[in-house]
Design a protein around this ligand. Structure first.
Ligand code: BG6
Length: 485
């Protein structure tokens, strides 16, 4: 087991992610005494400010982003005392050399975590520079933000560049969904209970729906988003990870190889959707102006200020071709500017094989694991409708509804990066994505893009504040299924 890191170096430390998520999460770890006393944090970026200026900026960002009741000035000061800043241009060798010297001094021979929160095109060059300076050897690990490339070839190039210096066990690819409590709870639910697993297969489950719906638009990230789109931004990573955790076999242990070996099997069992199937099995959409939460919002093209064929919505019907899931469709859907924020996994069970209640309609059971905005687990069951039933027993659908916030009201809900940082600092990569997973996911997505290009598919318009193009509804309905709205 690696040693806890004595130094965390954040590249891109003045960026938006660092200010909104990374430093506020480090504050959470500080508040709970989870950073080792000697741990130092070095921020680096191109912004030319001194360490005091940087600490002032981080202090403000934490006060803004940590819920007010949870922010304590003494804890904040303790965190700021760990923080240093060094302005460096990763394109400039001399500047990198100076940064390297600073790292060597701060490290004091301990383990180092490098967190690359920069544009992915810098990942390989930064790692190679660290290697040249002899700062990438044993006792160091690197954390990479998504996206790892924009297709399989570019992902391979990044992974090759990074792993020339850091061997795979020391590469931590972030998918922040894996740091979410609700996502880990999916594992607890599946593998901490004997109840569900016997039913978790094609014999009992008719179809699965995974939805990640957002109300936000592209939030000033148009330039990034327009090169990415919903498929690369959400489906290739977050949604396929959710699918893996839902569909995988039970790992023998909750440890890195066991869990990731099971996930990769799912990715490799995904039925390819290529040129022959994209028209029937996928739908791409792009929002036009509309209203979300009672507010009029502009369309994607107006926000972007130019023409674009980038999809802000995608829905598809996937199949995991193995014994457990043979014939069970997995409907995946994600989009910006949907009517409400909702991340959920919905398992629709099969109907009872035979009804003993003539005239009473028994709806099939359903289990919904809601991850956002609130965490709940809902199980739909049939129950007797109260009454004397002289003409036969009547059934009604009822719901067992577990509200995780209420159930664990005294526990603080941890932002995903608290978990991910803690694990990276301690060297546990169970909740990080392995190289083969990223590449298998890209291979699957690339076939869809190839199909879209070949069939000249352009995204269908949908008004902001709706559940996407009607074609997505039709795709499910053709198979007798309907999306949960
Ligand atoms: C990011 C995407 O990875 O996830 C964003 O780049 C998206 O476009 C975000 O908004 C959603 O994350 P969450 O945690 O808000 O569901």
């Amino acid at each position: 087991m690696p040693n806890p890191a004595s130094l965390l170096v954040i590249f891109g430390a003045t960026g938006d992610l660092a200010q909104r998520m990374l430093f506020p999460s480090l504050y959470g770890l500080e508040a709970d005494g989870l950073c080792t006393p000697a741990m130092r944090i070095l921020g680096t970026g191109r912004t030319d400010i001194d360490a005091d200026g940087f600490r002032a900026q981080i202090g403000d960002a934490i006060r803004r982003n940590v819920p007010s009741g949870e922010c304590n000035e003494a804890t904040l000061q303790a965190l700021l005392d760990r923080i240093d800043y060094f302005a460096a241009d990763t394109n400039d060798e001399a500047s990198l050399q100076q940064l390297g010297e600073r790292i060597r001094v701060l490290r004091e021979g301990g383990d180092v975590v490098y967190h690359l929160s920069t544009a992915p095109r810098f990942y390989a060059p930064i790692c190679e520079a660290l290697g040249r300076m002899d700062l990438g050897g044993p006792g160091t690990r690197v954390l990479l933000e998504k996206p790892i490339g924009h297709d399989l070839a570019s992902a391979i190039a990044i992974n090759d560049g990074v792993t020339r210096v850091f061997d795979e066990e020391r590469v931590f690819r972030v998918d922040h969904y894996l740091g979410k409590e609700g996502v880990q709870n999916l594992l607890a639910l599946r593998f901490g209970n004997a109840l569900f697993e016997p039913l978790w297969n094609a014999r009992h489950i008719q179809h699965v729906q995974i939805t990640v719906a957002e109300t936000v638009g592209v939030e000033g990230r148009g330039d990034y988003y327009d090169h990415s789109g919903a498929m690369r931004d959400m489906l290739q990573n977050h949604m396929l990870q959710l699918l893996c955790l839902t569909a995988m076999e039970p790992p023998a242990r909750f440890e890195p190889s066991a869990v990731r070996n099971e996930k990769i099997k799912v990715l490799r069992s995904l039925r390819r959707i290529g040129r022959e199937d994209v028209v029937t099995e996928t739908v791409a959409g792009q929002y036009t102006s509309g209203a979300v939460d009672g507010k009029v919002v502009p369309g994607y093209l107006e926000e972007l200020g130019r023409a674009s064929r980038t999809e802000t919505f995608v829905a598809l019907r996937a199949h995991v071709d193995n014994w457990r899931w043979s014939g069970v469709p997995f409907y995946l859907r994600t989009g910006k500017r949907m009517p409400r924020r909702s991340t959920e996994i919905h398992l629709q069970f099969r109907a009872v094989p035979h009804s003993i209640f003539p005239g009473a309609l028994a709806q099939p059971n359903a289990l919904t694991i809601r991850l956002q905005p609130e965490e709940r687990i809902e199980l739909k069951l049939m129950s007797k409708t109260p009454g004397l039933d002289r003409s036969g027993l009547k059934l009604s659908e009822v719901e067992l509804d577990l509200d995780m916030h209420e159930e664990f009201a005294t526990f603080r809900r941890r932002p995903a990066y608290e978990r991910l940082y803690l694990d990276a600092i301690e060297g546990n990569n169970t909740l990080f994505v392995r190289r083969d997973e990223t590449e298998a996911a890209w291979e699957w997505i690339d076939a869809i893009f190839d199909g879209w290009r070949h069939a000249n598919i352009t995204p269908r318009p949908y008004p902001a504040g709706t559940w996407g193009p009607a074609a997505a509804v039709a795709m499910a309905e053709r198979h007798g299924h309907s999306w949960r709205d």
